[in-house]
Write a protein that binds this ligand. Sequence first.
Ligand code: MG
Length: 270
Amino acid sequence: MKLLRYGLGNETYTGILTGDEIMRLGVEHIAELMGADPAFVETGIIDKLADARVLAPLQPGKILAIGRNYAEHARELGNEAPAEPLVFAVMPSAVIGDGAVIEWEAHMTAQVDWEGELAVIIGATARKVSPDVALDTVFGYTIANDVSARDLQARDKQWTRAKGLDTFCPLGPVIVTADEIPDPQKLRIVTTVDGVEKQHGSTADMIFDVRTLIAHLSRAFTLHPGDIILTGTPAGVGKGQSPPQFLTDGSVVSVEIEGIGKLTNSCRVL
Ligand code: MG
């Protein structure tokens, strides 16, 4: 099932997307569907996707992100592959939806980079879960772009500003429920910038797979329904190109993951 949140006129709705039609649901937030059967809240009203403004599918509680989780990507930026997951946090206030604009002030950063990633949506409270049952806590999957200001990342020594600026966490367009993706480790992931392919990877190449990440994170933090895990990016980021390339005013960046869809955002320099 593909779930989305969308605007129509002045109203905001949630719905189930099938083809180009949306079955409107009687809940305001997708998080309300966790642990429930969406069939019970179908309103019978059908909206056209073409009429809808797609919004970020949910406002996450916390966003836990993993750095250098693909060996080729670690290598392209001159880093060792980590011996255990490299965990950082992204500000929930950075989230925007499909079609929204990634924007930044020119004096803040001049090295804005893309990172297409599989995002895991937690659907159940999880604390110290073992890897073999970790996927039972997953509500679904979506696409993220872990937009990164490389100059701030280098200068700050840690990543809170570089990856947490407002608009730097595009998410969506839909959440695909976990029953439709029984194995999250075999999904093709492709990032394009202005129509040119930059990243082409597979989630099979994660160093630490989704079940290992959930187990690892849940030893440190209680995971709650609505929390999100960004699972790292494959090779092909802008900083790894020769010469390095970065997003500029008017750039259009798309991240596509097999079985989920395509997340597209344009860029604006303020
Ligand atoms: Mg990342």
